[in-house]
Design a protein around this ligand. Sequence first.
Ligand code: FAD
Length: 734
Amino acid sequence: MHSRRSAEPSETAETSSDGEHVDAIVVGSGFGGAVAAARLAQAGFSVTVLERGRRWRPGQFPRSTDLEEGWLWQVGQGLYDLRWLKSMLSLQAAGWGGGSLVYANVFARPAAETQDDRWPLPLRRQALDPYYDLAGTMLGVSPVQPDLLTGVVPTRTTFVEDIVEQTQIRPAMIRPNLAVRFGASEAWSRNLHGVPQRGCAFLGECVLGCNRSAKNSLDLNYLAVAEQHGAAAVTGAEVTRIAPDESGWSVWSKEGGGGDEHLVRRTATRLILATGSVATTELLLRSRDVDHTLPNLSPTLGRGFSGNGDQLALANFRRGDGDLTTGPTITTTTVLDVWERSKSVWFQVQDGAVPAVISDMLDQLLPLPRLRSWWTKLRRNDPARTIALLSMGHDSGTGRLELDHHGEARLRWANRWQSRLYRAEERVGPLIARVTGSRVRSVIPWSIFKKPVTVHPLGGVPTGRDSDTGVVGPDLQVHGYPGLYVMDGAVLPASTGANPSATILAGAEHAIEGLIRTLTGDSSWRAPEWDRVQPVPAPEDEAYEWIARRRRDTAGDGIVFDEHMHERAPDGAPGGELQVRLEASSLDRFRADPEHRLSVDGTITLAGLPGTHHVTGELHMFPRHGRHLMGYDLRFTDQDGQAWIGEGLKSQRGSGPLARYRSLTSAQLILHSESDPSRSIRTRLVLHPHNVLGNGLSLRGQGFTFPRRVKALVNFSAFFMTGVFGFHRRGDGD
Ligand SMILES: Cc1cc2nc3c(=O)[nH]c(=O)nc-3n(C[C@H](O)[C@H](O)[C@H](O)COP(=O)(O)OP(=O)(O)OC[C@H]3O[C@@H](n4cnc5c(N)ncnc54)[C@H](O)[C@@H]3O)c2cc1C
C-alpha cells in the first residue's frame, strides 16, 4: 500500500534539486491544473506541472481482470485512486490528464436556479457561461452521434429513452454534451490543437481510459497546449510537502519508484494546487497541522465537502435484446424534481455502460472458484443487459475533511442516509424495475453499509473574504500565503448537482485569466482560443427549465379520473354525452384551493348541436363558496367555428342520502354562444349507476412511487367521500 504520511524531507542525499526556478509550479494535471498550466504557458510564463500518475498512451490502459495490473493507484500506482474516507468512498484517477482519463465525458452546466447563496456571483451560471463556451470549445463537445458503422446511436440510448417515454417526463430527458470525438473510428485526424485522434468506436470503455484516443481527455487538448507552449511535464512526481521560501515556494515530490524512490525539491514564484478535492485538502491540512509549513491556514480548511449527491445502482434488464454496453459511457440525462416528505427534491439520473471487464472483475473478487460460479449462476445477470444508473443532486455539502492519526484524509459528516435526496434517488430503481420488469441493485457500500460512493468529490477549500471565513479569496489565492493558489474541485462551494468537470474548467478559466491579467498588467489578456469560440448549446438547460415549470405547475402528487355523463334530452330524443378526463396534478394544491378545481379535457356531443366537440375547462368540486356541490366551467368550439362557454351545476336538491345521490348524479348544463348571445342551450346531464362505478374505477393516483400514488388515491377518496356525505364545511378550511 502506498504510504500517504507526510514525507520528512531534508537536504540530504535522498533529496535532490531539479531544474531551474520557474514562474509557476502546477501540482496535478486534472481539470483545474490543465487549465492553469495551458493558460500560464500561453501567457509566456515558465511552468512545471507535477503529476503523481503516469502518462497513459493509447493502448496502455489496463484491460486485464487482475486488479494488480495497472488498475489501482494503491497497487503499483495504477489508474484509479479509491479513497475510503470512513463515511464515503471517493473515486478519482491518477495520470497525466487526471480525472479526464477515466471520466464519462459529460460536459454539463449546473441548473442556475439550484445555485444557492453559497455560490459567489463570479461562479454562477450567468457569469461563467462564456467560460463554459470556451472550455467546451477547447474540449470539442457534442451530444452522442450515430455510429458511422451502424448509422444509429447506441442501443442503450434509445432503450433508456423508451423507458422514460412511458413516465410522462420525456421532455426532462436530454442527450448531454460529451467530450468525445465522433466520426470515422479507424482514421486519425488532428483536433483543434493539432493532436491526432480517432473517432469513437462505441466500445463503452470510456471509464477505463480510451485506448483509441477517441475521448477528448485533457492530455489531448489543454495539456497538449501547455506543452506546446513550453510547460515541462513531470509525471510520477507525487508532491508530499510544500513550503514558502525566499524565492516564493518550495515543492517536494516523491519520484522514481521501483526501489529508486527519492525526494526532489523544486522552486517557483507561484504555486498552484490542483490535485483534486480530497488530495488538495489533505495536502493543505498536512501542511498546517503536521508539517507546520503553513500554520496560518484558515480554520475553515476541510469544510464544505460534498459528494455531489452521487448514488450508483446497477440495473439488469431481462426483457428485450441488444447490447447495452456499447457507445460512450453516458449518453442521456434525465432531470427529476419530486416530492419527498413535503419538500421538492431536484436531481438527475444518467445511464452508464458497464464494460464487460468490470463485470468480470467484480466476479473475480470472490475468492473461491466454486463461490464464483455459484454467484454467477445465482445472479443470473446478462452483462450485456446491465447498465449503471448514476444519480447526482444537491446534498447538504456540510462534510468536513480532516486528518486521521496516519495523516490521511477522513470525512466527518452527519450525511444521513435517510436524507430526502438519497431517499428520492433510491426510488429510481424500483420505478425503473416496475416499468421495465428489471432488477435494480445499489452498489454494495450503499446497500449494506449505507455509505455513499462518489465519483464527484467537491469542496474542502472554502472561499471567503478573509481567513476567518475561507481558505482562499475570490481570486483563489490562499489567505496569508501570497503566490499560493487552489484551482480544482476543492474550491467549488457546494454540489453542482450536475457532472462538475465543466464547472471546474470554467471556474479555473475565469480565475487564471484574472491572475494572468494581474501578473502581466495587461487587463485585456485573454486565452487565444477565444477567437474560435462559438456558443456551445447546453441541452441540459431545456430539461432544467421543463422540470422547473412542471414543479411550479404541479407541486406534489395528483389524481386523475374519468367522468361519463349522458344528456337527458327532452321528449326522450337521443341525447348527447359528456366524456371527460378530470385531473388534479397536485393534490396539495387542489385541497388548498377553496374552489377545489380539477382540469377538464374530453369531448361533448349535444342533441341540439351537431357534431362531437373537443371540450376543456374546469370542474369545481365541493367548492367552499357558492351553493352548488360541483360545477363545470366548459369551453368548446362547434363545427361552424363558434365558441361556446357555459356551466354545468350539480346543486343540492332536498335532503337525505337519496337526495344527495340524485344531486351529485345530475347536472344542469347551460351553454352560451360567445359570438351570438341570443344562442344558448339548456339541458340536463345525468350519471347512470354503471357510469358512477366506471368513474370510480378509473380513479388513479399520480406520483413518483407506488406508496405515493396510493397515498394520493386515498387522500382524494377521503376528500371526495367527505363531500358526498356533506361534511365539507362551507366558507372555511377543509
Ligand atoms: C468514473 C468517473 C466518471 C466520471 N465522469 C464524469 C463526467 O462524465 N463528467 C464530469 O464532469 N465529471 C466526471 N467525473 C468527475 C471528474 O473526473 C472530477 O470532477 C474531476 O476530475 C475533478 O477535477 P480536478 O481538477 O478537481 O481534479 P482531478 O481531475 O482529480 O485531478 C487531480 C490530479 O492531481 C493528481 N494528484 C493528486 N495528488 C497528487 C500529488 N500529491 N502530487 C501530484 N499529483 C497529484 C492526480 O493524480 C490527478 O491527476 C467522473 C469521475 C470518475 C471517477
